[in-house]
Design a protein around this ligand. Structure first.
Ligand code: FAD
Length: 686
């Protein structure tokens, strides 16, 4: 057997062992107050009806979630529904339950009330990974669901062609089985940034319908904790069992040799990242105010693998400034390192992170405290106002979409800023910490298109990240992103720079373990080069949209080095100025040399001419060459901004077909669509 075959076989074997044993190897060890009780509570079985019977649940909220957003909305909905109608409600990951009993749920649980579905659309109109089997069930085994009354909220992005396809598909499939949709399908639109408002509008009108159709009594909504937070006087931050921000307990309290080994060998996924050393970081922009970071993650001590075109997820933490402000407004500064135990008060509620832990850890590592505030949050926090004046101020803000937009959203306030504004600086030590944990989304990993090639650099992942930092006209402060400012801070320290940053981070991390390291995991992507190296490719990637194409070009160089006859490569790149944000400027020249006469780069600099020029303009200008390559079987790739660029490129291509083939718009549109159908038009947009 060849070496290659053997390594492939070995990889399959490792993956298989990992898959089969995953549950056991990474298994949590019970909700015993030890730090290993991550996700300790929850279902004892995946039998939905048995779980509901045992726990007395009468309603269930399912979620199909990829990045955690649908899950967060599902949890919010379940909590409000339960509180409003006093109906015991559970949430369930669609991947955690078997559905056979859905058909006869009313026979098994006669007073079953409602099923709710929170369904995110992912990629090109696909279900999230955890919802695949659910659709498989609906398509195959599921017979009729005449007794099922349900509501459905879809989470999508209107800048994508298949907007909310999965929410729509859920309703279509369930209705075709005889289930009854109450109200309308809710359509949350991330593209317009209106997800929160879309959800509130849908939910507020729906609750009245639910009340009527299910004959329910409405109660005053009161916060009922699902998690108890108890201060622990026996443990300190030096106690080995206390979580200080590690992704889970195995990272600080491994019990066996095997568990220690698993930190290097994996399997790694969205619950178990690899703590990857950052070998090298550098600045790619030539600007005083804007930054773009190139960072290299070392995989040489792990068997974590990627392939060119995949995405890497980086697990960030919040900045010192944001954490300190949040602790201060909650009156927790003096107690920031106090150890707290979390206990689930409901057997179907998962603890969202390891326990015991500390207040500082929760805010730094586990909650999304830096982003915008929702009107829903302000409404629900009003029950914990620190004084009468604050209480009186809130309704005007929380009940009026426009006022809220002007006073909070447009000013780019985060939760701590907003609480400070509402109370005029008075401390909110009236908010139970369990409410904070339950109401604020979990801090999510950020995805990046890998900019290296798995053939050229097998043991290194390159990331190209533009730093999110701006001072909008309507705001009095800089608005910053979490992960990219963390990378900026790492770059500063690694390169011994002395610049002052807006956001500064605890780079040592829990127990000093994060010194120039960050937790990462890989997400497989379908954004791949054609299998035949001779197939021509057209790449459109302005800004950091160039990231995966750097990987593609490095892959192509490797193909040339291996003696392959490669096809033509046409690369459209755009940025503001050739002297400012032309990333990897020198590298592209090197690539052109190595790829002989097969590589051509066409640039668009939007701020160098009176009329702004973008990649889509250049695409049209070079329409003859583009269509010639497509006629020769070229694959067309687009990466970068989903809101404007991707749509602009799509339209430019249709126009190029129209002009070059002399066909009307509808035929040109069909030609463009056919490329997608044949998987020759691929997008990696965000
Ligand atoms: P976040 O903390 O997520 O903030 C997001 C935005 O909200 C920022 O602009 C921030 O300034 C703003 N914000 C912060 N606070 C507030 C507030 N209070 N009110 C309103 N707005 C606020 N990016 C790249 O640079 N390169 C890539 O190769 C790349 N590839 C990607 C691939 C995929 C598949 C996906 C999904 C995304 C990709 N991205 C890429 C985007 C990347 O994942 C991040 O979204 C981006 O880097 C911002 O992350 P952040 O943590 O710095 O910002």
């Amino acid at each position: 057997m060849e070496v290659l075959d053997l390594s492939v076989l070995l990889a399959i074997l490792v993956a298989l062992v990992a898959y089969v044993s995953k549950g056991k190897l990474w298994a949590a060890e019970g909700n015993d107050g030890s730090a290993s009780s991550y996700r300790a509570s929850g279902f004892e079985t995946n039998d939905l009806v048995e779980t509901m019977k045992k726990t007395g649940k009468k309603a269930i909220v399912f979620y199909g979630s990829q990045t955690g957003t649908a899950e967060d909305y599902a949890l919010k909905f379940a909590k409000e529904f339960q509180s409003k109608f006093k109906i015991s409600t559970m949430t369930a990951d669609l991947a955690d339950v078997s559905f056979e009993n859905l058909q006869n749920i009313r026979d098994e649980i006669p007073d079953f009330k409602l099923a709710a579905f929170f369904m995110a659309t992912y990629g090109e109109g696909e279900p999230t990974d955890n919802a695949v089997e659910f659709f498989d069930y609906l398509d195959n085994e599921c017979e009729e669901l005449p007794d099922l009354k349900y509501v459905c909220f879809g989470l999508g992005n209107s800048t994508y062609e298949f907007y909310n396809a999965i929410g729509k598909k859920t309703v279509e499939k369930l209705n075709s089985k005889g289930a009854t949709l109450i109200g309308q399908l809710g359509l949350g639109d991330d593209g317009k940034g209106s997800m929160d408002e879309d959800y509130m509008e849908w939910k507020d009108s729906l609750f009245d319908l639910i009340k009527d159709q299910l004959h329910l009594e409405e109660q005053a909504v009161e916060y009922e904790p699902s998690i108890a937070v108890v201060e622990n006087d026996e443990l300190t931050t030096s106690s080995p069992s206390v979580s200080l921000g590690e992704p889970n307990s195995h990272y600080f309290n491994p019990k066996t040799e095997d568990e220690v080994k698993l930190l290097e060998t994996g399997p790694f996924d969205h619950t178990h990242p690899y703590l990857a050393p950052i070998q090298n970081t550098r600045e790619l922009f030539n600007s005083e105010t804007r930054h773009c970071i190139h960072a290299e993650f070392d995989l040489s001590n792990t068997n974590l693998k990627y392939s060119t075109g995949d995405h890497v997820a980086i697990w960030p933490s919040n900045s010192n400034e944001k954490v300190e402000k949040f602790l201060a407004i909650l009156g927790l500064t003096g107690k920031k390192d106090k150890v707290i135990d979390l206990k689930s008060l409901d057997p179907t509620t998962h603890l969202p992170f390891p326990t015991p832990t500390t207040y500082d850890t929760v805010l730094r590592h586990y909650l999304e405290i830096s982003g915008p505030v929702s009107r829903q949050f302000v409404k629900s926090v009003s029950q914990f106002c620190p004084d009468k004046e604050t209480e009186e101020k809130i309704p005007a803000l929380a009940n009026d979409k426009e006022v809220f937009h002007k006073s909070v959203t447009e000013k780019y306030l985060n939760i701590a800023d907003c609480l400070e504004l509402l109370s005029s600086g008075a401390i909110w030590n009236t908010i139970p910490f369990s409410f904070i944990i339950e109401s604020i989304a979990k801090l999510q990993p950020r995805y990046y298109s890998i900019s290296s090639s798995s053939s050229m650099e097998k043991q290194t992942i390159h990331v190209t990240a533009v730093v999110e930092q701006e001072k909008p006209k309507t705001s009095d402060h800089y608005v910053t992103g979490v992960a990219t400012n963390l990378l900026l801070d790492i770059k500063k320290h690694q390169n011994k720079e002395t610049t002052k940053l807006i956001d500064n981070f605890d780079l040592e991390g829990p127990r000093g373990k994060f010194h120039y390291k960050l937790p990462i995991h890989i997400r497989r992507s379908t954004f791949k080069l054609p299998s035949n190296p001779a197939t021509p490719i057209i790449l459109v990637g302005p800004g950091t949209g160039a990231a995966p194409f750097r990987g593609f070009l490095r892959e192509k160089i490797k193909q040339v080095e291996n003696g392959a006859n490669i096809g033509e490569i046409l690369f459209f790149f755009g940025c503001r100025k050739s002297t400012e944000d032309f990333i990897y400027k020198e590298e592209w020249v090197e690539y052109a040399k190595k790829l002989d006469n097969k590589f051509k780069m066409i640039t668009a600099f939007s701020r160098e001419t009176e009329k702004k020029v973008y990649v889509q303009d250049k695409l049209l200008e070079n329409g003859a060459k583009v269509i010639e390559l497509l006629d020769k079987g070229a694959f067309f790739y687009v990466c970068g901004d989903a809101a404007n660029m991707a749509r602009g490129v799509q339209l430019a291509l249709v126009k190029a077909y129209q002009e070059q083939k002399k066909v009307p718009e509808d035929i040109a549109t069909t030609m463009g669509k056919q490329l997608r159908v044949n998987n020759r038009y691929q997008e990696d947009v965000w």
